[in-house]
Structures are given as C-alpha cells and as structure tokens.
Design a protein around this ligand. Sequence first.
Ligand SMILES: NC(=O)c1ccc[n+]([C@@H]2O[C@H](COP(=O)([O-])OP(=O)(O)OC[C@H]3O[C@@H](n4cnc5c(N)ncnc54)[C@H](O)[C@@H]3O)[C@@H](O)[C@H]2O)c1
Length: 405
Amino acid sequence: MTKIGIVGVGGRGFYGFAWPLSQKKEAKLVAVCDTNLERAKVVSRLIKEKTGISPAEYSDYREMLQEKIDLLVVTTPDFTHAEIAIEAMRAGQDVFVDKPLATKTTDCLKIYRTMKETGRRLYLGFNLRYDIVCRRIKEIIESGALGRIVNVVNADFYQGGKTYMARWNRFYEYSGGLFCHKGCHDLDIINWYFNLARPLRVVALAGVNVLHPGEIPFAPGKKRVGPYCRACEVRFHCPDAGRVESPLFSEEVAKVDSYYPDTCIYLSDKDTHDNGFLLVEYEGGKRAFHWECFFTPVSTRRFTIVGTRGHLDADLAKNEIVVYPRWSHDRITYSLVRGEGGHGGADANMLDTLLLAVKEPGAINFTSVREGIMSVVIAEAAELSRRQGRIVEISELIDWNDLAE
Ligand SMILES: NC(=O)c1ccc[n+]([C@@H]2O[C@H](COP(=O)([O-])OP(=O)(O)OC[C@H]3O[C@@H](n4cnc5c(N)ncnc54)[C@H](O)[C@@H]3O)[C@@H](O)[C@H]2O)c1
C-alpha cells in the first residue's frame, strides 16, 4: 500500500487528492500539511468522518517529511513548488507535483538538477493528458492518419477562470501568470502532439479587459461593492458573486490566514490577464496558436490540428473529434463517453496511473520533468513577449544542453 503525504490541502489538494486517495485501497493517506493548520485539521476531520482514519496534521512540510511516506503530493500554489520539491528530494523523498512544475524556467532547472543529483523520482501532474478526448487525438496522430503535424490551434474557454481574479492565481509572482498557471495544460498537450519538438520562439498578446472595476455588471448606486462577495452589499445583484461553501475556506479557517477566495473579481488588484493569445514556432516548421479567455460564459477546450494528410477538429465539452482526410470528401466522427469524477474523469485516470507508477517504478511512463519544463519555458517567453512587446527566442531562457541525460 502506497503511503502518501499531501502538502497544500486547499481546493486541489483536498478534492483532487486527499479525498479520493483516502478512499482507495491501494493507498494510505498518512499526513496532510497546510501553512493554515486549521485547514489541515478540517481535511483530517472530513477524512476521519468518511474513513475512520485521520491523517496526521502539519503546518510545516519539513516536519511532515519525518513521516514514513512513499510519495509526497505537492498541491501548494505554483510559486512554492520548486522549494518544496527540492527540499523533499534532498530529504530522500519521491514527489508528485501538480502542474505547473514551477513558475520560472530557472526554478524548473533547479528541480531537474536536484532530481538528477538525488536520484529521486518526480511525477508531474498534467491531468489533461488523461482526458479521453486528448488521448484519442494523440492515438489518431500516432496512427499517422493526419500525416506530419504542422499546425495546432487551441482555445481554452474557462468561465471558472474568473475566480482566479479572486485568489493568488491573479498575481504573476505566485502563478507565473495565467499562460503558465492555466496555459501550461494546453501548451503541454500541444508539445505532446508535436512529439516534444523543441519550441524556438514565442509571441503573445494579453490583457485585463473585462474583469476590472470599469466593467462591474450592474449599477451599485450608493451601495458598497466588495471587497469580498460574502461582505458585499450588492452580492444579490451581481451575476458573478462567488459563494464559498467549502468548509476548507470557512470564516473560522480564514481567520488564520485571511484567505478569502471570494475577493471581488472586478475590484481585486491583479497583474495577469483575463484574455490572451500566444503563438509558438517549433523546430521543423511547426506552429501553434493558443487562446485563453476567462470571462467567457462557455467552458470547453477546442483543438484544430492540421497535418500533411488530414485535418482534425475536437471539442472537449462535446466529447467529439472529427477527422477530415486530405484529398477526400470523407469525414470520420468519434463520439466519446466520459468517465466519472473531476475534470471529466481525467483526475481519476491520472490518480490510478500515478499509483501504478509509484508501485512499480519505471514500469509506467508518467509526464517527465523535462516535459514540465517545456510548457513553463513557453509560458515564461509569452509573458516576456506580452510585457515587452517583442518576439522572444526560447534560447534566451534555456539551453537545452542543460537537460542532457
Ligand atoms: N491540474 C488541475 O486541474 C489543477 C486544478 C486546480 C489547481 N491545480 C494546482 O494545484 C495547486 C493548488 O491550487 P489550489 O487551487 O488548490 O489552491 P488553493 O489556494 O485552494 O490551495 C493551496 C493551499 O496550499 C496552502 N499552502 C500555501 N503555501 C504552502 C506551503 N508552503 N506549505 C503548505 N501549504 C501551503 C494554502 O494555505 C492553501 O490551503 C496549484 O499548483 C495549482 O496550479 C491544478
């Protein structure tokens, strides 16, 4: 049975890992850690109510590393991943880091070097790789039906993304910007579809054009707006009012760290974007375009992929892929059926694969650190590009020879 400790038991740590893992017979959730110890205690209590076993609670992950655990799951905010992963590996611990690997290329390289020096394993959490539509697209590409892939166009429409403006995610310092925090999923899939071709250069445009004070979607009159939805005098008029129902973020728990994930998404200060476009050129004449938007009322991902032998359109919300072979009037439609659970069943698929990979090290391919670095470097280049208004060469950020085996 794999003994697991989780550091960072907020939304993702609890709902994506602690809760499902505590109910798996192949795993034992030994300990949970959160800088807000009250949150760790709530998690421990909820798990005890369900399973009868309460994991130990810590507020400092270094102390938790004294526990005998097989895998440390890191689900803290993105900017903390590097420090925690490095410390843990140095302490002799294998780790799973949920996406993104880190927020900066330099931090990714430090993780990579530590992994090499310590010989520890690092599993990287890209759950989109376990999405049934994304996987089937990969199979279609590998079958050769599209020929050599030349163009990938992708859009991430995510209405839940507006809540980033209420939380730490809205600051570049903490998330690496949303091209890193959110876009890394899409960039990773694009890299995967291009068979890990090296990215060469990036150009991006992005901004905050809707989720700012000038776009509050009602007339507040004399009423006071914000600062948090639960305290806002006009929350009943606001179509974007957030309701925090999770016991992880109750008033009681928030007293410890003043973390209110219902900060007004219009009034909050922020330095990342609510919509953005990025273009990447890869070696071998491949090009990709990624669009992300967080005020859209739609939630889906779309891919258009064009190769030398065909064209593919896919929509993750419709669970549908259509392939148009070149030089033909045929069209082949794939209608897929999703499994249960978070992110359309992808979380459950990833968790099962992770447990197998930890049980039999080396037997199963899991997303590698090298692959994790690729999406971060593109995202970082995109942030530089949009802030400095120029095309950014990937060679400004990384020398691929540093990743030589
Ligand atoms: N793969 C996915 O689909 C997916 C979805 C959501 C979030 N995530 C990732 O999960 C991570 C957490 O995101 P979230 O939305 O759950 O954030 P969150 O704010 O809900 O939770 C983060 C938790 O980490 C705790 N924390 C912060 N620094 C810590 C430290 N040094 N040691 C211990 N605990 C610490 C916070 O107190 C908080 O409880 C991020 O890396 C995010 O990118 C992945």
